[in-house]
Ligand binder design. Sequence first.
Ligand SMILES: NC(=O)c1ccc[n+]([C@@H]2O[C@H](COP(=O)([O-])OP(=O)(O)OC[C@H]3O[C@@H](n4cnc5c(N)ncnc54)[C@H](OP(=O)(O)O)[C@@H]3O)[C@@H](O)[C@H]2O)c1
Length: 332
Amino acid sequence: MSEKFRALIIEKTEPKTFTRRVGERTMADLPEGELVIKVQYSSLNYKDALSAIGNPGVSRNFPHTPGIDAAGTVVSGPDGFNPGDEVIAIGFDLGMNTPGGYGEYVRIPAGWAVHKPAGLTLREAMIMGTAGFTAAQSVDALVTAGIKPEDGPIAITGATGGVGSVAVSILSKLGYSVVAFTGKTEEAADFLTSQGATEIKHRSELAEDNGRPMLRETYAGGIDTVGGIPLSNLLKQTKYGGAVTCCGLVAGASFESSVFPFILRGVSLLGIDSVECPLSEKQRIWDKVATDYKLDSLEALSREVGLEGVSDEIDKILKGGQTGRVLVNLSL
Ligand SMILES: NC(=O)c1ccc[n+]([C@@H]2O[C@H](COP(=O)([O-])OP(=O)(O)OC[C@H]3O[C@@H](n4cnc5c(N)ncnc54)[C@H](OP(=O)(O)O)[C@@H]3O)[C@@H](O)[C@H]2O)c1
């Protein structure tokens, strides 16, 4: 293991100015921790972009290396981790104020990593990454709530994004019909159809609050990745006994709702958190990702970049311009 390694480095040059460059960090830059991983793949998530622009809700200590996802091999670790073991680490503080997966090595608490399930490669795990994992959690929450394919279509917001596109694919694989709400109806129609969307609608249909407390019962369930008014509108259109998952905030961190969807239609709002979710739950969801939810279309869902290519992708995701997932290959 060399003392120096390549990483994306975010530096704070003025109180609110942050620069990005690929450079060298040393093992001494990494915090104390039981588990050292040689990172082979990471991925791009919306939160990584927030970290890279110095969003204080995500990252406060600079210079910093983002990357909330890392998959690679164990260099050294406590009992239960042998050198060469293939492991996956997502969430907790990784890539927030702990140097993350956009560096060739991470050093973390052993309680942040799971062993890679047999049915998944490290590459496939990071095509999924936090976004895909969150999509799997969201699907699992709907299934656990008793929503079945025959109950009706599932609406997905932010459908071309990381969470949304994987959710489209998993639900389609499980036999659900999927209505994809997107701002990219023209340019991403082929992509969404190929991932299994049965209908594509423009997100503007959910963008206005018309003031009515409820709308026509349309969807058996929803996977909302954007928050704000679209989430309010999805709740109003959810059928009796249905459920909507909530994980994101790109359209707004707050939303309004009357109590009527809940008390007249028995609709449930299900919160999804991938970051602090306990390790046993992370292992359970990764096992699903490797079996029941395993996608044949993973390569078609993603594009691959090396560390030098990450900065452009960060700019793109901040504008809502990504389609599918971005895989970061540390050896490119
Ligand atoms: N709770 C958790 O544990 C967790 C985990 C992962 C992600 N998240 C959150 O989930 C959200 C999605 O993450 P992601 O990685 O999938 O991001 P992403 O790849 O950027 O996807 C977000 C998608 O939302 C749509 N969108 C963008 N701006 C919008 C706006 N102003 N109004 C409505 N729709 C808009 C776009 O899709 P279209 O063009 O198709 O509409 C965009 O591609 C983020 O807020 C992220 O922080 C939370």
